[in-house]
Design a binder for this molecule. Structure first.
Ligand SMILES: *[C@@H]1O[C@H](CO)[C@@H](O)[C@H](O)[C@H]1NC(C)=O
Ligand SMILES: *[C@@H]1O[C@H](CO)[C@@H](O)[C@H](O)[C@H]1NC(C)=O
Ligand SMILES: *[C@@H]1O[C@H](CO)[C@@H](O)[C@H](O)[C@H]1NC(C)=O
Ligand SMILES: *[C@@H]1O[C@H](CO)[C@@H](O)[C@H](O)[C@H]1NC(C)=O
Length: 333
């Protein structure tokens, strides 16, 4: 089986003059195209694409135009465009086309936004179009070409990606949303702790979650438990790779043994500020995030650790505030 990929994505703006009403019988579904695009985007923290009927109609018209020759020739239209050709004798699907584009990921070097190097194909433009953050709509089409010349698959992207001088997505390691524990994992346990003391439940707040995501991303290189000094109460956990929400929460809750409720102080030589934040009655909203860190130690050993961060609002729950203002009591007043 022979498969050939076209090496570039057209960005030129030109009018398409030929139209055709011929639609291939074996059209792949929109979802089949979207799934792999979105999964690949999620890996680097980029929002999913939406299927667009206008863009898809353009793709179908262009695919029908290629039915006669199956040539890997660009339409020169207003969209970003990726082409795929598979030889006759096999049934090529959306997944074949998109996965061949995504395979170029190994050639993409995010650090300097370049293609190639030792790893493989000197091409990664199809991949960077798949993960291009500013692209929001996609439409694709499949056509079985005449005369046993194979299968032609095209995806059109709007707005087009691969803009010279720009990166597909911000930084290298935009927040990895797919690596997160779901909000419910953080909430259920905290609210159980709070319920045990008769304190009201916390609700998930997406702007607090976004704040923790941004800060967790900054700590990715060193995994240090350093406060963000932001406007929220904040707990930070550092654990071995694979740590989850419950590891962080139990570690904070474990400080309970050092908290003396009568004196409202941490005693027995232990810290208890993470615990008092967890059960701070006036905190009502919470957002959390975790990152997998890569820390190079002096011995060049690679250590994987996870920092789990949680921000709480309002600010009164911060332990340093409680320490400064001794009158404040974390639980119920
Ligand atoms: C994007 O793909 C994901 C993963 O397959 C899917 O769950 C989601 O519904 C898709 N989004 C849209 C807008 O279709
Ligand atoms: C994001 O997290 C998922 C799940 O842990 C992982 O499979 C994927 O490789 C990560 N992506 C990046 C770019 O680190
Ligand atoms: C808390 O502090 C009070 C006052 O110093 C003391 O009497 C009490 O034993 C302490 N409680 C615990 C559990 O240490
Ligand atoms: C909680 O908030 C109320 C009003 O917003 C305030 O009067 C009270 O002192 C706060 N309690 C604590 C323990 O911070």
């Amino acid at each position: 089986m022979l498969r050939r990929l076209f090496a570039a994505i057209a960005l030129a703006v030109a009018a398409i003059t030929t139209t055709s009403s011929s639609v291939d019988a074996a059209q792949d579904s929109a979802q089949a195209f979207l799934d792999l695009h979105n999964a690949t985007r999620a890996e680097v923290g980029v929002a999913p694409l939406a299927w667009d009927d206008t863009v898809a109609a353009y793709a179908r018209t262009f695919a029908a135009e290629r039915k006669g020759d199956c040539a890997l020739a660009h339409s020169g239209g207003p969209y970003g465009e990726s082409l795929f050709w598979g030889s006759s004798g096999a049934s090529w699907t959306a997944a074949d086309a998109v996965s061949s584009w995504v395979a170029e990921k190994q050639s993409y070097n995010c650090e300097d936004n370049s293609c190639g190097g030792a790893s493989g194909l000197p091409v990664c433009g199809h991949y960077t179009q798949v993960v291009w953050a500013n692209t929001i709509r996609v439409g694709c089409a499949t056509v079985t070409c005449d005369g046993q010349s194979g299968t032609f698959i095209v995806c059109e992207y709007d707005p087009p990606g691969n803009v010279v001088g720009q990166r597909p997505y911000a930084g290298c390691g935009q927040f990895n949303r797919s690596a997160q524990s779901p909000p419910q994992d953080f909430l259920t346990l905290q609210n159980a702790f709070r319920a045990g003391l008769g304190i009201g439940m916390l609700s998930w707040d997406s702007s607090l979650a976004a704040y923790t995501e941004t800060y967790a991303e900054k700590r990715k290189r060193d995994c240090q438990k350093i406060s963000s000094n932001g406007p929220y109460g904040e707990n930070i956990f550092q654990g071995a790779g694979g740590s989850g929400a419950s590891d962080a929460l139990f570690s904070w809750f474990g400080e309970k043994q050092y908290y003396n409720c009568t004196t409202n102080k941490c005693e027995s030589g232990g810290a208890c500020g993470d615990y008092t934040q967890l059960i701070w009655a006036n905190s009502t909203r919470v957002g959390c995030a975790s990152v997998i860190c890569k820390t190079m130690l002096a011995a060049a050993r690679s250590l994987l650790a996870t920092t789990i961060l949680q921000a709480m609002s309002p600010v009164s729950g911060r332990i340093w505030a409680a320490r400064k203002k001794k009158a404040l009591h974390p639980v119920w007043s």
